[in-house]
Design a protein around this ligand. Structure first.
Ligand SMILES: *Cc1c(COP(=O)(O)O)cnc(C)c1O
Length: 424
């Protein structure tokens, strides 16, 4: 009998040791992805920085991995910011994002000394400036614009106006830059965009780069010394066999080409530093989720449902956006896939995890390993049905240790309070 090995670890043994449901994260795979991006930029001789998008997966240990690997971090809330600071990540390597930041968050971000705040709307320019002034500080900022390019998987569209809650429309970008210049307590150093997620093709980024370079140039001619262009994240990964993994080498080659043609024709010889913000690309393939099979139910002539001990509470993506996943039976890895089944969660909801997957015959007690769950699983987990959140175990070489403890039902209940009129 052969068990499924993930990142040098026997996953059946991990399930036994830590119990299920269990998120498993491989530091080796995270570091491989980070190095892949670094190498791609270095090969093309592009000045760059990588800002890992913390919303994909963040906890204190993950922030330490970010720190150790010398990359930067994007945060979008007080919780993510405090997690990063608690891990010892220098504040200047943190960028604070968000389309509706609270005054408290802006104050905390400036007071902590974050490297940049990405301004997401025209009204936020004044808010950040005012708060920075009240704290006696000057805050570096980027402005997020909607470049009029929207990409998902293989397709992208270019529109004159982007209908989105995120960013400042391109038509207001110049005016916003001037407002930043006139504001005394902010210092505009870059422009930012993020065109979508799970993008497999590199070409939408070529178009985006051209738009951003033109804006970069136009803002610099206003005597605003921009240095950075942030192209956002969105690099796609392989969820199912046959998916195309984002080609980072082709991406940096394309950026190099756009930079070269910009340098050739621009009277301004300033070459922007390029920033990228991958979340999924760094963490997705580094994670799997282990579940134990429970009830197996055959609906004669229709379908066989196999229920696992997880649910949409630990992976809401199939329910949220029909996300698809691949899985293997960890303790029957060498057995032939012989039957088509549907994997369901345990929640009181039709929480189909995987519809129609062909696997070896599943029985109660088998361990199912769902692949590519590192991104937007743990970070999106809830307590639906008052389920406690699974533990997260980190693998490094042949070592395995917890990075997040399993939540207890007592912790789920701990914020419950009883209004006086219900007390007897
Ligand atoms: C979500 C997000 C990212 C990361 O997206 P991925 O698809 O996980 O790479 C990066 N930048 C911004 C501004 C985002 O909102």
């Amino acid at each position: 009998m052969t068990n499924y090995i993930f990142s040098n670890h026997d996953t059946t043994a991990l399930a036994k040791k830590y119990s299920t449901p269990l998120y498993v994260i491989s530091q080796d795979i995270i570091e491989k992805s980070i190095n892949e991006i670094k190498t791609a930029f270095e090969n093309e001789n592009i000045e760059y920085s990588i800002n890992y998008a913390g919303k994909a997966f963040l906890n204190t240990a993950m922030a330490k991995i970010v720190n150790k690997n010398g990359i930067n971090l994007d945060v979008v809330s007080e919780g993510e910011l405090l997690t990063a600071l608690a891990a010892g990540l220098p504040a200047e390597r943190i960028t604070f994002h968000g389309s509706n930041k609270t005054d408290r968050e802006i104050t905390l971000a400036i007071n902590s000394g974050v490297g940049k705040i990405t301004i997401d709307s025209v009204d936020e320019i004044k808010r950040v400036d005012t708060i920075a002034r009240s704290l006696g500080k000057v805050q570096k900022v980027h402005i997020r614009v909607s470049p009029g390019v929207e990409a998902h998987t293989h397709e992208y569209i270019q529109t004159g106006k982007t209908d989105s809650k995120f960013g400042i429309p391109l038509s207001q970008a110049i005016q916003s830059a001037i407002m930043c210049k006139e504001a005394e307590n902010i210092n505009l150093t870059g422009i930012h965009c993020h065109i979508g997620s799970s993008i497999a093709a590199v070409d939408p980024f070529g178009v985006t780069m051209r738009v951003m370079l033109e804006l970069f140039y136009n803002i610099r001619t206003l005597d605003i010394p921009l240095t950075d262009i942030n192209l956002g994240g969105g690099f796609g990964v392989v969820y199912l066999k046959g998916d195309t993994r984002f080609d980072v080498n082709a991406y940096t080659k394309l950026l190099r080409k756009e930079l070269d043609s910009y340098i050739a024709k621009s009277p301004d010889k300033t070459v922007p530093k390029i920033m990228v913000e991958p979340g999924r690309f760094i963490i997705s393939e580094a994670g799997i989720t282990l579940y134990t099979v429970g009830t197996v139910k055959e609906i004669p002539g229709i379908r066989k449902y196999v229920s696992v001990d997880g649910s949409l509470a630990d992976n809401p993506r199939p329910a949220l956006y029909q996300a698809v996943y691949d899985a293997v039976v960890a303790n029957k890895y060498d057995e032939e896939p012989v039957e088509c089944v549907t994997i369901s969660g345990r929640a009181c909801e039709t929480d189909t995890l995987i519809k129609d997957i062909t696997l070896p015959v599943l029985e109660r007690g088998d361990i199912l390993a769902v692949k590519c769950t590192g991104a937007y699983n743990y970070s999106m987990a809830s307590n639906y049905n008052r389920l406690a959140k699974p533990a997260v175990v980190l693998l490094k070489g042949d070592k395995d240790e917890l990075m997040v403890k399993r939540e207890t039902v007592q912790q789920v209940m701990q914020n419950d309070v009883i209004p006086s009129w219900l007390e007897e």
